[in-house]
Write a protein that binds this ligand. Structure first.
Ligand code: AOF
Ligand code: ZN
Length: 328
């Protein structure tokens, strides 16, 4: 399963909004176990992991399938989408046993694949490396289960805990390496959001000009419709959605995320400012926070948001330190 998860990651950036899925077919067990086929979901709309794994089996190994176990990172699908059902394929090929990492929360599958396999007399086990699988496809699971995008909060703070200065001038807090990493992150998510004050004060572009890849959809909260059309955000270079009456109350933030779910946005980075970030934190509508801390001090200014969660990563990025927090 660990190998299947590794294969799944090869689809990163090519399969969205589908999940990343890997499959390994193993004949025999113990010291005699041998991988006879493996595959992964490579591109949205194309073959699923199971089909690619079956197709990779050498003709001389075909008679071993009945004595083999298929390790799949996601429950084999049971529906006709862009691809025919993987459960049917595994039944037709008479795979001996199936081990699943995560059940598929897609309402079109949702246990139906496992049921189909069991009805055909195939032994199915679930939950192997479940936490690793859920982390790998955290955007997909959040989108399907909570009907909202996966929310990543991102900000940079000084050593003395400020996110910005006292006047309405933007201040550079992190160094060039952190900035580049931030642009890379922008290519990895569907959408990026800023509040009204940040849009006005920083006049950000919210594109990924320091990293190759696609630009996210810009989401701008325009309270009281005070943002001028002259802002970079409205330069027409990238899809941009302006929410004019999304006030920073929990009820409306949830509404906003529900709206984005309907638009198919599976993940979103929130890049500030302090009030917008704190709004998402207070409403408990966040999943992950990525916080840069620079060695510099500002003395005074806007305090950085207050957040509590599980620290899952801490590493130097140039002269800055990156801390990644997960909601408990
Ligand atoms: C699997 N194996 O490798 C993947 C699955 O439109 P389709 O036909 O590509 O179906 C997409 C849905 O199928 C996706 O939302 C998810 O529920 C499941 N993905 N299932 O058995 C795979 N990628
Ligand atoms: Zn499938």
């Amino acid at each position: 399963m660990s190998r299947a998860l590794e294969l799944a990651t090869l689809g990163r950036g090519f399969v969205s909004p589908n999940p990343m899925v890997g499959c390994v077919i193993v004949h025999g067990d113990g010291a005699d176990a041998r991988i006879i086929g493996e595959g992964w979901h490579q591109r949205h709309g194309e073959a699923h992991a199971e089909r690619n794994a079956i197709a990779s089996i050498k003709p001389s190994d075909n008679q071993l399938i009945a004595d083999s176990t298929a390790y799949v990172t996601l429950e084999p699908c049971s529906h006709f989408g862009k691809q025919p059902p993987c459960a049917d394929l595994l039944i037709e090929k008479r795979v001996g046993r199936v081990v699943v990492c995560n059940p598929d929360p897609n309402p079109l599958v949702a246990g139906g694949g496992i049921q189909k396999l069991r009805d055909a007399g195939i032994r199915v086990e679930t939950g192997l490396l479940e936490a690793e699988g859920r982390w790998l496809n955290r955007r997909f699971f959040t989108f399907m289960e909570q009907q909202r995008p996966y929310v990543i909060l991102k900000w940079a703070e000084t050593a003395d805990g400020f996110i910005g200065g006292t006047d309405k001038q933007p201040v550079a807090i992190t160094g060039p390496v952190a900035q580049r990493l931030n642009h890379r992150w922008r290519t990895e998510e569907d959408a990026i959001l800023v509040g009204t004050t940040t849009a006005l004060t920083d006049n950000p572009r919210l594109n990924a000009r320091l990293w190759p890849g696609r630009n996210p959809t810009r989401i701008v909260l325009d309270q009281h419709q005070k943002l001028p059309a002259s802002l970079h955000l409205f330069d027409g270079t990238q899809p941009t959605i302006r929410f004019t009456d999304a006030l920073l109350r929990p009820f409306t933030l949830l509404q906003l995320l529900t709206e984005l779910h309907q638009l198919g946005e599976q993940s979103m980075i929130v890049e500030g400012g302090a009030a917008t970030l704190q709004g998402f934190i207070n409403a408990d509508l966040w999943d992950e926070a990525r916080i840069f801390r620079s060695p510099n001090r500002l003395g005074n200014g806007t305090k950085s948001p207050e957040i509590h969660g599980e620290t899952i990563d801490r590493q130097p990025v140039g002269a800055d330190e990156l801390r990644v927090i997960r909601r408990r």
